[in-house]
Design a protein around this ligand. Structure first.
Ligand code: SAM
Length: 383
C-alpha cells in the first residue's frame, strides 16, 4: 500500500506555501469546538472532492476535457461513453469547487460549457507531470475500501487481508516523479553513485520492493550502461512492472522477480541496492537490510529513501506529519501486522529508527544524503 505521494505543491516542506504554524493556526486552537466543527466540515467537503476526483480520473473525464477542450455535459458524456445526467452533476460540482471553469454560469444546465483551466492540466490530466495528483482520489477510495477489515484487525490483532489489485490496480503515485527526478536529479546529487552508474564495467543495481517498476525503469533510462533487477513481494505489481519495462523497451536491461526482500529469494552481486519508499512497509526491515548488505560487491552501497518525517514525535505537528501519520494508521502499519515477528514500523520511520535497523543489519556507516526530494529523505548505508 503506497504511503505517500510526492507533492510538488509542497514548497519548502509546506502546503501551498503555508508553513506548519500557519497551517495549525488555520485549523483552529486546540480545544475550540467551533473551530473543530468548521475543520471537520471542510474535511468532509475535501473527502467528497477526492471521491469526485476518483471518478474524474477513472472515467477519463479530465483527460477528455484536456484532449478535446471544453464541453457541455452531453458532449463530455458522448466523448467518454458515460451518462449525461451523472456527468452534468459531476461537472457542476467540479465547477462549484473550483476544479473546472465554466464559460457562463448563468446559462442553462445543458448549455454550459466546462473546461480545465490550463494551470490544472498538469495536476488533473497529465499523469506524466510531477505535479499530477489525480491518483489521490484512487488512493483514498482504495484505503476506504479496507477500513472495515482494518477495524477488525485493530480489535483482534493481525493484519487485514491484502487489498485486492482490481479494479484499479495500484495508483502509480511515484511514476512521474521517478521518471523525471530519480535518475535526473536525485541520483546525480550523490556524486560517487552517479559516477559508478556512468562508468565501465556496467553497474548492476538491485531495486528492492520496486512496486510496479518505475524506479528501475527510471534508473535504466537515465544510465544507459546499467542493468537493474527489481524485486517485490506483490506478484501483481511485478507483472505490471514487466509490462511497463516492455513498453519502455527496456526488458533486456531491466528484470523483475516476485520475491520477499527479507528472505533467501533475493540473491546476486550488485554495485548499488535501492530501497525506495518501502523499508517501512516491510515487516522485517532488519532482515531486508541484511539481505541488501549481502548483495553488495566492491565499494557498493545501499541507498534507502523513505518518508521525510520529523526527527521526533511532536503534537500538534505539521500537515506533512499529519499526512504521513494518516497513511501509517490506515495502510502502512496494518499491512505489516500479519507477521508474528513484525517490527511494526509504520510510515513514521524516523532517522534514529533507520540507523538502529542499519546497525543491527551489520552496516558500519549510515549517512543522510543532501538529496532535495520534497517528501523523501535519502540515506546511504555502507557495509
Ligand atoms: C509503498 S510501495 C513502494 C513501491 C516502490 N518502491 C515505489 O516507490 O513506487 C512499498 C512496496 O513494498 C513492497 N514490499 C513490502 N514488503 C516487502 C518485502 N518483504 N519484500 C519485497 N517487497 C516488499 C510492497 O509490495 C510494495 O510494492
Amino acid at each position: 500500500m503506497p504511503s505517500n505521494s510526492l507533492v510538488s505543491g509542497f514548497q519548502g516542506g509546506s502546503l501551498g506555501g503555508m508553513g506548519a504554524e500557519e497551517h495549525l493556526a488555520a485549523q483552529g486552537e486546540l480545544g475550540d469546538p467551533a473551530a473543530l466543527t468548521g475543520r471537520l466540515f471542510r474535511d468532509m467537503a475535501g473527502a467528497l472532492e477526492l471521491l469526485t476526483v476518483y471518478l474524474g480520473e477513472r472515467l477519463g473525464l479530465y483527460q477528455a476535457l484536456h484532449a478535446d477542450g471544453p464541453a457541455t455535459s452531453a458532449e463530455l458524456a458522448a466523448r467518454t461513453g458515460t451518462t449525461e445526467r451523472y456527468i452534468r452533476e459531476w461537472l457542476e460540482h467540479q465547477a462549484a469547487s473550483g476544479l473546472l471553469e465554466v464559460d457562463d454560469p448563468a446559462a442553462g444546465p445543458l448549455a454550459r460549457r466546462y473546461g480545465l483551466p490550463p494551470g490544472h492540466v498538469p495536476v488533473l490530466a497529465d499523469a506524466g507531470d510531477v505535479r499530477y495528483q489525480a491518483f489521490g482520489g484512487t488512493e483514498i477510495v482504495r484505503a476506504a475500501r479496507w477500513m472495515p477489515q482494518v477495524a477488525e484487525a485493530i480489535r483482534g490483532g493481525g493484519a487485514p487481508p491484502p487489498l485486492p489489485w482490481a479494479p484499479e490496480g495500484r495508483p502509480e503515485f511515484n511514476r512521474a516523479v521517478f521518471l523525471n527526478l530519480l535518475g535526473k536529479q536525485w541520483l546525480p546529487a550523490i556524486a560517487e553513485v552517479d559516477l559508478r552508474l556512468r562508468s565501465e564495467p556496467p553497474a548492476r543495481v538491485a531495486d528492492l520492493a520496486c512496486g510496479t517498476g518505475w524506479s528501475s525503469i527510471a534508473m535504466a533510462q537515465a544510465y544507459p550502461l546499467i542493468s537493474v533487477d527489481g524485486f517485490d513481494l506483490d506478484t501483481d505489481a511485478i507483472q505490471a512492472a514487466r509490462r511497463n519495462a516492455e513498453e519502455a523497451d527496456l526488458s533486456e536491461r531491466v528484470t523483475f522477480t516476485a520475491a520477499d526482500a527479507s528472505g533467501p529469494g533475493v540473491s546476486g552481486q550488485y554495485d548499488l541496492v535501492m530501497i525506495i519508499e518501502a523499508l517501512h512497509d516491510m515487516s522485517r526491515p532488519v532482515d531486508a537490510l541484511r539481505v541488501a548488505r549481502g548483495l553488495l560487491r566492491g565499494p557498493g552501497c545501499v541507498i534507502v529513501a523513505d518518508e521525510l518525517v520529523e526527527d521526533e514525535f511532536t503534537a500538534p505537528a505539521s500537515i506533512e506529519e499529519q499526512y504521513h501519520y494518516g497513511w501509517s494508521v490506515v495502510a502502512c502499519l496494518p499491512a505489516v501486522m500479519g507477521d508474528p515477528d513484525t517490527a511494526a514500523t509504520g510510515a513514521m520511520m524516523r532517522p534514529a529508527t533507520l540507523r538502529r535497523y542499519a546497525l543491527e543489519a551489520g552496516f558500519q556507516g549510515v549517512e543522510i544524503l543532501p538529496v532535495k526530494a520534497e517528501m523523501l529523505r535519502f540515506y546511504r548505508l555502507t557495509p
